[in-house]
Design a protein around this ligand. Structure first.
Ligand code: SAH
Ligand code: SF4
Length: 360
């Protein structure tokens, strides 16, 4: 007990400290969560900001070994929302006072796609009279593309590093230039250079991943000085190559608990960043996102993709709420968040304080 309590007296952790915290159980675990909850309240407040998530297409050029919508999975019914459908989802967010949306899809890099996103960004800003902030989560692109999208109105970008250990990264991706660790890292630097609010993250509980890897990932996030983080448990998908290593996995509950601990440690280390409660948490525990909010997360991404498409955006098995419509999600979430003792920051952008405190 003493060891963990001693570690928690500081907030600049060594790798060994982090590993001890990630392994904490019982009273030690409670102390970790208490400290991260206190820091959240003090630095970012007990407010949850909504980002309306629009999973507008499951078309993808890549073949990440863990992902259900990888190009190699021929069982997926591919879809691509029309511009009107996307704008009406944005409108829904705006009307419901979500002050931000996230546009997410598989990774597509052709000029037609780049131009389409550019125009959509301009239309979203026009439609909402600049009242909505837009986060993009569209994978690896050239710096020029990131620049065009930034100029067209994108405010934030989410690109998970997935693992900051190049060797582990190689084990969960194919070995070709479409799946290159250094390229992904360079993308994060480009986004930073272009003054996006930059978010990254990892999957927790991957096969081959060690506690040391996770500790290094958290240190990487600190050293890169990220503005936002989204990390969730790795969840198997039946039609993916990574499934063959499932015997190496910890039980889902353990991956869930480890994710919560990683969020708590990160909140203590990076007090004023935005941390999302990932949907994947809810797959393992129906109250998973609420638990993450209690111990440090301050962003939720309600899915506002039209219901009929949701079943086809399955990155992993048993993704929740794929049979619901956006209206159901809003009502269900409001009640759930009230239970955590947090308020919803309706109508507020909820920009990363870390980003604003840095140089703006
Ligand atoms: N194509 C973009 C955005 C969509 S994928 C990109 O890859 O960046 C968004 C995230 O889903 C990925 O970063 C990955 O961390 C997560 N993901 C994919 N497959 C998953 C799985 N099986 N379990 C948990 N998360 C997964
Ligand atoms: Fe495509 Fe992203 Fe899935 Fe990789 S993780 S296959 S880039 S959608």
């Amino acid at each position: 007990m003493e060891n963990v309590l001693k570690i928690l007296e500081q907030d600049n952790f060594s790798k060994e400290n982090i590993i001890t915290l990630l392994r904490s159980e019982g009273e030690n675990r409670t102390a970790l969560f208490q400290k991260s909850a206190d820091i959240k309240g003090k630095y970012v407040g007990n407010i949850v900001y909504y980002r309306g998530l629009i999973e507008f297409s499951n078309n993808c050029e890549k073949n990440c070994l863990y992902c259900g919508i990888r190009i190699g999975n021929k069982k997926v019914t591919r879809y691509n929302l029309s511009d009107d459908e996307i704008l009406s989802a944005v409108n829904f967010a705006h009307e419901n006072k979500f002050a931000s949306v996230v546009m997410q899809s598989g990774e597509i890099t052709n000029e037609e796609f780049v131009t389409r996103i550019e125009q959509l960004l301009q239309n979203i800003k026009k439609l909402t009279r600049d009242e909505i902030k837009v986060t993009l989560s569209l994978g690896e692109q050239t710096e020029e593309t990131y620049n065009r999208w930034r100029n067209a109105g994108a405010d934030r970008y989410l690109l998970r590093i997935e693992s900051s250990n190049p060797e582990l990264y190689r084990k969960i991706h194919l070995q070709n230039n479409k799946h290159d660790f250094q390229t992904r890292m360079n993308c994060l630097y480009s986004l930073r250079k272009l003054d996006y609010q930059v978010g990254t993250g990892i999957m927790v509980g991957l096969p081959f991943q060690t506690y040391e890897d996770i500790a290094n990932d958290l240190l990487f996030m600190r050293d890169f000085d990220i503005d936002m983080c989204g990390m969730g448990p790795y969840i198997e998908h039946q039609d993916t190559p990574l499934l063959e290593h499932s015997h190496l996995l910890e039980p889902k509950e353990k991956r869930f608990d480890l994710t919560l601990k990683a969020i708590a440690v990160l909140r203590i280390m990076m007090k004023d960043i935005n941390i999302a409660a990932a949907t994947a948490l809810q797959t393992i525990d129906p109250l998973g996102r609420e638990k993450a909010i209690k111990i440090g997360a301050n962003v939720l991404m309600p899915n506002i993709t039209p219901g009929k498409y949701r079943d086809s955006y399955k990155l992993y098995d048993n993704k929740p709420c794929t049979d619901e419509d956006p209206d159901d999600c809003v009502q269900c979430l409001e009640a759930r968040i009230a239970i955590t003792g947090n308020e919803i920051g309706y109508g507020k952008w909820g920009d990363s304080k870390h980003y604003s405190n840095k140089f703006h």
